[in-house]
Structures are given as C-alpha cells and as structure tokens.
Ligand binder design. Structure first.
Ligand code: SAH
Ligand code: SF4
Length: 359
C-alpha cells in the first residue's frame, strides 16, 4: 500500500519533495483546491507528478454508505484501502441565518465526529463499536481524510471553520501518535487551518495518555466519558477503569493545560436504573468540585441484544436540574440524527446486517 500524503505536516513534506517550495504548492492543491489526483496539480513538473503518483496515495477513503437525517445530520460509512470501514458524522449545529432579501447573514455551523480506530480495545459494555472488537489503528492520513472527504461532499469551502470531535469509533488516546499527527496536519495554516480550540478529544479515561496529550500542548480540548461516579459501576461499564480509576482521571484532568476561559466536558451516559438516580447526581457534584466542568448528559441509545435501557425524559431532567441547582453547567445531548441511528457503530452494524441478508 502506498504512503498517504495526508500523513505529512508541511515541514515533513518539505523533507520529502525537492525543491522544498513544491511542498507548499502540493499542500495548496490538496487542502485548498482539493483536487482528486496528482495529475491535476498543474503547476508541478511532469516528473514530480510521476514520482508523487508512484510514492503516495491522495485519498484513502471511499464513501461506502451515506445516510441523511431530517435534522441535517449525515452519517458516512467510509471504506479504507484494505476494505475495512469506519464512520464519520457530519452534524449541523446551527442553521444559516438570512435577512429579508434572502442574503446569508450568518453561516451555518458544523461539527464533524471522526473515528480514530477500526473497532476499539476498551470494550465498554454499552457500546456497539466494542462488540466487533479491535481491528487496527487509523493512520493520521485516514483521520485527516475523513474531514477532507466530508467537506468536499458538502461543498464546504476550504477556509470555512468547523469543529472536530474525536468521538467516532475507537479510543483516540489509544492511538495517540497518529491522533497528534492528524491534529498537527489540521492546524497547518497552509492547509485546513483548524485550530486546537476547534478540536475536542473524547476519551474513556486513559489517565497516563491524558497527561501525555497535555505535555504536547497542542491546545486541544478534552472531553471525559465518565458515565459513572463510583468505581464499581465504572468497572462494569468500562473495564479499563480497573487500571485507570475515577480518581486517576480526575487528577489527570486537573493537570491538563486548559484555557482558563474554557470548561472541561464530562460526558455522562445515562442508563435507566444504573446511574440515573439523584444519589449519583449528588456524588457527581462532589467529584467535580474544584474543576471548571461542564456536564453533557447522554441518553443511552439501545440496540438489539443490549442489557441496558434508555432512561426516561423525566429522570434526565431531574438529574440535570440537580446538577444545575448545585452550580454545574449541564446540557442534555440532543439526539441528532436519531432517525438514522444515533450512537456510534450503528450504521456499520446495519451494513453488516445487509451483507448477511445478501449472503
Ligand atoms: N472512545 C471515546 C470516543 C468515542 S465513543 C470515548 O469513549 O469517549 C463516542 C461516544 O459514544 C462516547 O461518549 C460514548 O459514551 C458514546 N456511546 C457509545 N455507545 C453509546 C450508546 N449505546 N448510546 C449512546 N451513546 C453511546
Ligand atoms: Fe471504545 Fe469509546 Fe466505545 Fe468505549 S465508548 S468501546 S472507549 S469507542
């Protein structure tokens, strides 16, 4: 398999192609003009185009499936060069605004949820991705290609801002080297120029890697998938908690370099009868004391065969009310794309079902 050009920061590409000013031109073709082949890079000499063709691939992804939701969410299933598949979700966060004459006064806002691995090693008991086990890490280029592909597919101009959340399939901190490389490529001024502040890494809580990410000082936000307030339940939901318990995560968050105006997001997946009681809310308030935190409550999204249930709206609202009363910022994640199956791993699952039907 050829090396993907999307793996390279501009500085690294300068070491690969000579003379080095060509690297900037290539970057422009790839990220600004977003061409599909090296042959389209008109200002490059023929022999350079030939050697690029021999050495590199340009886009390692093919759209294998695409589902549109009525709320503007688009869920992509991408096929990688080895035939494996991952999901990427294009989320419309805010619709565009127009004046009376129909001129756009405010651009629409988008967030893209990207995958970092095929499958996942963490094995959370509530997660569909975990059911398929772990296959492999994505390369930096495969992570970058997800953003490039969805931008292209939605005619989203190269220089228009969007937010990235590493919340698709996989545990981003379990693929730290490729994740940080992708973050750097996204940040390139001559490329997509998506700053650290626009990138959020969601983790199930590998405390030691939270520290490493912090040391790299890339300016990215972190979101912690906490889901439980005592280690007993968290061990059941996220087996890795036995190695990195709740306190170790809280300590790592306190060490993480955070923009003082920002808050650390704690995601709390609410499961009926497991963690939706007020006693848990009370413990959560205590646990997050002293951290500039924001809690995002997530409805558990059931799928066939799961032992867990979706909580009632009432218990969600009561949980939220308790947190807010006690000084925590708390939102409830609206289930974007619910009509096309919301939680990660579910589009892929549908494809599998279809394949099984065909067989
Ligand atoms: N591995 C990382 C990021 C990917 S998981 C992490 O765990 O944070 C992305 C999100 O999907 C997590 O917040 C997880 O809690 C959520 N999720 C997984 N299964 C879900 C389900 N069945 N219903 C609702 N959310 C789910
Ligand atoms: Fe992996 Fe996140 Fe799913 Fe847990 S919730 S199995 S860490 S993808």
């Amino acid at each position: 398999m050829k090396d993907c050009i999307l793996n390279y920061t501009l500085e690294e590409l300068k070491n690969e192609v000579k003379p080095s000013f060509r690297a900037k031109q290539i970057y422009n073709w790839v990220y600004v003009k977003q061409v599909d082949t090296f042959d389209q890079m008109k200002n490059l000499p023929k022999d350079l185009k030939e050697s690029l063709n021999e050495r590199f691939s340009l886009n390692p992804l093919k759209i294998a499936n695409k589902e549109l939701s009525s709320d503007g969410t688009i869920k992509y299933l991408f096929e990688l060069e080895d035939g494996k598949t991952v999901e990427t979700v294009w989320l419309l966060m805010k619709k565009e605004e127009k004046d009376l004459e129909g001129n756009i006064t405010k651009e629409a806002k988008y967030t893209v949820c990207v995958s970092t691995q095929v499958g996942c090693k963490v094995g959370c008991s509530f997660c569909l991705t975990a059911k398929g086990g772990f296959t492999r890490d994505l390369s930096a280029g495969e992570i970058v290609a997800q953003i490039l592909s969805v931008k292209k597919d939605n005619n989203h101009p190269f220089n228009r801002a969007l937010n990235i959340v590493y919340m698709g399939m996989g545990e981003p901190l379990d693929n730290l080297d490729n994740l940080t490389q992708a973050i750097k490529v996204f940040k390139e001024d001559d490329g997509l120029s998506i700053g650290g502040k626009r990138q959020t890494v969601s983790t199930s809580g590998l405390s030691s890697k939270i520290d490493k990410l912090g040391e790299l000082d890339l300016g990215v936000h972190i979101a912690i998938s906490l889901h439980a307030v005592d280690d007993e339940l968290r061990n059941e939901l996220i087996p890795m908690n036995k190695a990195f318990n709740i306190q170790s995560i809280i300590d790592a968050v306190k060490r993480y370099p955070i923009d003082t105006r920002k808050r650390v997001m704690f995601e709390y997946l609410v499961i009926k009868g497991k963690n939706d009681d007020i006693a848990s809310a009370k413990k959560l308030v205590k646990l997050l004391h002293g951290i500039k935190a924001k809690v995002n409550l997530i409805y558990f999204n059931p799928y066939p065969g799961t032992p867990y249930d979706r909580p009632s709206k009432r218990s969600m609202l009561e949980f939220q009310e308790y947190l807010v009363k006690h000084g925590l910022l708390c939102t409830i994640r609206d289930s974007k794309g619910i009509d096309i199956s919301a939680a990660c791993g579910q589009l892929k699952e549908k494809e599998l079902e279809k394949e099984l039907e065909k067989a």
